[in-house]
Design a binder for this molecule. Structure first.
Ligand SMILES: [Zn+2]
Length: 376
């Protein structure tokens, strides 16, 4: 069954604005009221969408709100980070039904990473009482490099043994549904665009910092990929050429300065006396605060360069380091205002991302849905 571009657009709007009237759909889609009536009737008949409550819209008659039919599809999301792997199942309204996570290091000893991951996944589905045949699409976000044509993982810089993994071929042993694979920063950007704060924003950047750095850049509503699908390697921008060697092989990468483990190493290097930089920060320890200022500045300089290059409207930032060390984010903001071109920062907003530590898994889930809609 093939659906028209307008019908798919309406499904996309319903994904972003769940609970929307036909009149509001006409306003945001540039389609006529008659077209919206016809399209929504077809989508209701095909059980993609359902009618909900009536709301009053001023003096006119009451409007019925439309919703994605939660039962229509089940999505499986897989977020392969440098530190954690997350699995989640959602319904078609993007409500997470089941989720689990485990340490990436638990797969270190496995000779065949793809098979080991599939094994974990099958057990997750069993615990969730979900059959592989009931999954309609799978989205996978990887904190690493992905071959877009071959749909393989080329490399995960922070982990050994994750080179040239034919993940989709392996997963096809157990699943017959479509499987979509992309770099994690890009799937996070799709989550921000579709379900988060960037619904109305065409040019923005998502940056997530935990044990590694991932980022996704959207320009004019399109994901930036570059000629070899290697763009947005924000964590591997050289921030201090005198800093140590990064796991990617280069020296002084931003990721070598500002991830959680690197902040801890720096704290020890500066003879910090508390057990961790977070504990030290909570006690207003000067060494911890000094490290936050220095690293916030490094991140701010790197982001200023990105702002000058791409002139985004918004930067959505997230990760546990900002929750635990808030002064770091303040210094980052201060540095961007100081360093980036003042015309580029006039309308720039720097905000926390929409899903916190769930940004990666929400990205994987929504990536499954947006790709599935595109193929209907
Ligand atoms: Zn690097």
């Amino acid at each position: 069954m093939k659906y028209t571009t307008s019908e798919k657009d309406i499904l996309s709007f319903l994904t972003s604005y769940n609970g929307i009237s036909r009149k509001q759909l006409a306003d945001i889609s540039d389609l006529s009221g008659a077209s919206i009536t016809k399209i929504t009737k077809k989508l209701i008949d095909d059980q993609f969408i359902i009618e909900g409550e009536r709301i009053s819209s001023g003096l006119g008659r009451k409007e019925v709100l439309l919703y994605s039919n939660p039962q229509k599809f089940t999505f499986l999301g897989i977020d392969i980070g440098g530190y954690l792997v997350r699995f989640a199942l959602s319904n078609n309204s993007m409500e997470v039904l089941h989720k689990e996570e485990f340490f990436m290091a638990e797969l270190d000893e496995s000779q065949n990473k793809g098979e080991a991951l599939l094994d974990r996944l099958i057990h997750f589905l069993e615990r969730s009482h979900t059959l592989p045949t009931s999954i309609d699409a799978i989205g996978i976000g990887v904190t690493g490099l992905v071959d877009r044509e071959q749909q393989t993982i080329l490399n995960i810089p922070n982990r050994k043994g994750w080179d040239d993994i034919q993940l989709i071929v392996i997963f096809q042993q157990a699943f017959s549904c479509p499987i979509y694979l992309d770099e994690g920063g890009r799937t996070m950007a799709v989550a921000e665009k579709t379900l988060g704060k960037a619904k109305e924003i065409r040019d923005f950047i998502v940056v997530q910092i935990g044990f590694g750095i991932v980022s996704g850049i959207m320009i004019n509503d399109q994901l930036l990929r570059g000629s070899s699908n290697v763009s947005s390697l924000f964590g591997h921008i050289t921030a201090d050429e005198n800093a140590g060697r990064c796991l990617c092989g280069n020296y002084g990468c931003l990721e070598n300065i500002i991830t959680f483990p690197m902040l801890e190493i720096e704290y020890k290097k500066r003879n910090g006396q508390y057990a961790s930089i977070v504990e030290a920060y909570e006690h207003k320890d000067k060494i911890a605060i000094g490290i936050c200022i220095d690293t916030g500045k490094a991140l701010g300089i790197a982001l200023s360069n990105v702002v000058n290059l791409f002139n985004p409207s918004a930067i959505y930032i997230g990760g546990p380091i900002f929750d635990s060390l808030p002064i770091l984010l303040e210094e980052t903001k201060r540095t961007i205002i100081l360093r980036a071109n003042r015309f580029a920062t006039l309308a720039l907003s720097l905000e926390e991302n929409s899903f916190g530590q769930q940004q990666g898994i929400m990205g994987a889930l929504i990536f499954a849905k947006t790709n599935l809609i595109a193929e209907l």
